[in-house]
Design a protein around this ligand. Structure first.
Ligand SMILES: Cc1cc2nc3c(=O)[nH]c(=O)nc-3n(C[C@H](O)[C@H](O)[C@H](O)COP(=O)(O)OP(=O)(O)OC[C@H]3O[C@@H](n4cnc5c(N)ncnc54)[C@H](O)[C@@H]3O)c2cc1C
Length: 501
C-alpha cells in the first residue's frame, strides 16, 4: 500500500466513450472542477468503445427494425424509434459544438455519412415494412426515407446483396441517406486527448479495486497500479462508474440501496469482416435485417460498410454468444462473482425464464465458420469464405432486475443507477449504446447535480441547442439542427457511388 492519497471533485472510472462524454461535458459546464480518470488498461477506448468491438452504427432508428413493433391491430408503434432518433440528435449537436469550438478536430476521423437501410423478405414482412415506412415518413424525424420493393431499384441500392439472388420471394427495403458510421474508438481517444489539454488527470493501468465512504462524506477509492501492484487511495465528492461491463461489480462495492437486486447477463458479439477491396467496393450502406426467432434484439443481422483508419471494410453480424466474462479483457469468474445475497433470487428467477436464450447463445458460440457463412449468404448470396474473417467484438452486460413485468427481468436498454444524494452514478447495459452517450450523460447530470442544472442551462443550450425540447414537435429547429450538424460534422457530402458487379 502506498501513502499516496489525493482529493478531487470528480473521479471517472473507465476510459470509454461514457466517461469521455461526461468528462467533456463537465469541463465545459464547470471548468475549474478537478477531474481524475482511472483506467485499468493501457489506453482509452480499448473495451466496448473500440472501433473493432462494436458495429459503429450511429443508432438513430433509421434502419433498426427492433425499434418499431407491430400492434395487434396491424399498425406500427414507432415511439421507441422517435426516442432513439431524438437522443442521437443530441449526440450530434454536442459533437458539432466540440468541433465548432475547436475542442476536437477532423470529424471525418470519427463520423462518416452512410445510407441506413432495412431489408426484409417474404410477403408478410414486405407488407409490414411498407406500413412501417408510412408511419415513419409521416413523422418529421424520418423525412427523406425511401421504400422500394422493386428488385431493379434494390439492385441499384445494394448490388452486393441483390446480385446472384435466386430467391423469388418478395423483397423490400427502406433507405435513408442521412445515416452515419461512427468510429467510437477514435472519438473516445479524441475526447481524452482534449481532456488532457484541460488538465484532467488521466491515469492508465490503474484499476479501481475497492470503495468506501470516508468520514467527510466523500468516496474513498482504492486504486491498484496494474504494473507495480501498489495501492493508492483517492477521494472524490462525485464518482461516475463508466466501467462498461465492469460497472456492475464496481456498483456493488459502493453498497448503496439503489445498487441492490441488480444482476448482469453477459452477451458476447462476433462479426465477420471482409477486407477484399473488390467486394468492399460493391457495398455502401448499413443494411439491417430481421432478428431470427429466439434471438436477442441486439443480434439483428446487418451488413455494414465501415470506415476505420481511412480504410473501408465490410462487417457482418453480430453473432451473439455466451461467455461468463463481463469485459472482453475480463475474467471467467465475472458472472459468478457478480452473484450476491441481494441479487440471488433475481438472478435465479431470470435464469429460469431465460433458458431458451441461454441455449440459443450457446448454440451460437458453437457455430462453425461455414455455418456463419450460410447466414451471411442470406445477405450476400455469392459470399466466399476466403474473403471473410471472424472478429471477436465486445461484451454487453444486460441488466437483470425486478420490474412490474416480473422478478428477474432481462433488460435490453441502458440504466443509470445513482445514489439518492447524487454522489455516485453508474451506467449499466449497452443499448442503444455509444450513440446515445450524450443523452445518457445528461441524465447523469440531471440526477446527480440537480442543484446546478438551472445555472448550467444557458451553457447546456449552447452545447445542445435542442436541450429540453422535442425536435419532432419543433420542425424548424429540427431543420436547423439537421443542417448545422451535417455542416459541422462534414456529413453533407455527396454519397460515394457503388460499383456495380
Ligand atoms: C458487439 C457490440 C456491438 C455494438 N454496436 C454498437 C453500435 O453499433 N452503435 C452503438 O452506439 N453502440 C454499440 N455498442 C454499444 C457500445 O459499444 C457501448 O454502449 C459503449 O462502448 C459503452 O461505453 P462505456 O464507456 O460504457 O464502456 P467501455 O467502452 O467498455 O469502457 C469501460 C472502460 O472501463 C474500464 N474499467 C472497467 N472496470 C474498471 C476498473 N475496476 N478500474 C478501472 N477501469 C475499469 C475498462 O477497461 C474500459 O476501458 C455495441 C456493443 C457491442 C459489444
Amino acid at each position: 500500500m502506498s501513502d499516496r492519497q489525493t482529493k478531487t471533485d470528480v473521479i471517472l472510472i473507465g476510459a470509454g466513450i461514457m466517461s469521455a462524454t461526461l468528462g467533456s461535458m463537465l469541463k465545459e459546464l464547470v471548468p475549474d472542477w478537478k477531474i481524475t480518470v482511472f483506467e485499468k488498461l493501457a489506453s482509452a477506448g480499448e473495451e466496448s468503445s473500440n472501433e473493432w468491438n462494436n458495429a459503429g452504427t450511429g443508432h438513430a432508428a433509421l434502419c433498426e427494425l427492433n425499434y418499431t413493433s407491430e400492434k395487434p391491430d396491424g399498425s406500427v408503434d414507432i415511439s421507441k424509434a422517435i426516442n432513439v432518433n431524438e437522443q442521437f440528435q443530441v449526440s450530434m449537436q454536442f459533437w458539432s459544438y466540440l468541433v465548432n469550438s475547436n475542442l476536437i478536430r477532423n470529424p471525418q476521423d470519427f463520423i462518416m455519412p452512410l445510407p441506413h437501410m432495412s431489408l426484409v423478405q417474404g410477403a408478410q414482412n414486405v407488407a409490414f415494412l411498407k406500413r412501417r415506412f408510412d408511419a415513419m415518413t409521416s413523422n418529421p424525424l424520418f423525412q427523406g426515407m425511401e421504400f422500394s420493393d422493386d428488385p431493379k431499384k434494390l439492385k441499384e441500392w445494394i448490388p452486393l446483396i441483390m446480385n446472384e439472388r435466386t430467391s423469388k420471394e418478395p423483397i423490400a427495403a427502406t433507405k435513408i441517406d442521412t445515416g452515419t458510421d461512427v468510429n467510437f474508438g477514435a472519438l473516445t481517444r479524441m475526447l481524452f486527448d482534449h481532456l488532457k489539454t484541460k488538465n484532467v488527470d488521466i491515469q492508465y493501468k490503474k484499476s479501481v479495486n475497492d470503495i468506501k465512504r470516508a468520514s467527510d462524506g466523500t468516496w474513498e477509492l482504492k486504486v491498484k497500479n496494474v504494473d507495480t501492484g501498489t495501492v493508492e487511495r483517492h477521494n472524490a465528492k462525485f464518482v461516475f462508474i463508466g466501467g462498461g461491463g465492469g460497472s456492475l461489480h464496481l456498483l456493488q462495492k459502493f453498497d448503496i440501496p439503489e445498487g441492490k437486486h441488480i444482476g448482469g447477463f453477459p452477451i458476447s458479439g462476433l462479426f465477420m469482416v471482409c477486407n477484399n477491396p473488390d467486394v468492399v467496393a460493391q457495398h455502401h450502406a448499413k443494411v439491417y435485417g430481421k432478428a431470427a426467432v429466439g434471438a436477442p434484439p441486439m443480434s439483428v443481422p446487418h451488413l455494414d460498410t465501415r470506415f476505420i483508419d481511412n480504410k473501408k471494410s465490410l462487417l457482418f453480424g453480430p453473432f451473439a454468444g455466451f461467455s461468463p466474462k463481463f469485459l472482453k479483457t475480463g475474467s471467467m469468474f465475472d458472472l459468478i462473482t457478480s452473484v450476491k445475497p441481494d441479487n440471488l433470487l433475481t438472478l435465479l428467477a431470470s435464469g429460469a425464464k431465460n433458458v431458451p436464450l441461454t441455449t440459443y447463445l450457446i448454440q451460437q458460440v458453437m457455430l462453425s465458420k461455414e455455418k456463419r457463412m450460410e447466414e451471411l449468404r442470406a445477405f450476400v448470396p455469392n459470399a466466399k469464405s476466403e474473403d471473410w474473417d471472424l472478429l471477436v467484438a465486445g461484451q454487453r452486460v444486460q441488466v437483470i432486475k425486478d420490474t412490474p413485468a416480473g422478478k428477474g427481468t432481462l433488460q435490453f436498454g441502458t440504466e443509470v443507477v445513482s445514489a439518492a444524494d447524487g454522489s455516485v452514478a453508474a451506467l449499466l447495459g449497452a443499448s442503444p449504446g455509444a450513440s446515445t452517450a450524450v443523452h445518457v450523460m445528461l441524465e447523469v447530470i440531471n440526477k446527480c447535480f440537480p442543484q446546478h442544472v438551472k445555472a448550467w442551462e444557458p451553457k447546456l443550450k449552447e452545447m445542445i441547442p435542442s436541450y429540453g425540447l422535442s425536435l419532432m414537435n419543433n420542425p424548424e429547429l429540427l431543420h436547423e439542427v439537421h443542417s448545422s450538424t451535417a455542416q459541422s460534422l462534414g456529413l453533407s457530402s455527396v454519397p460515394q457511388p457503388v460499383t456495380q458487379a
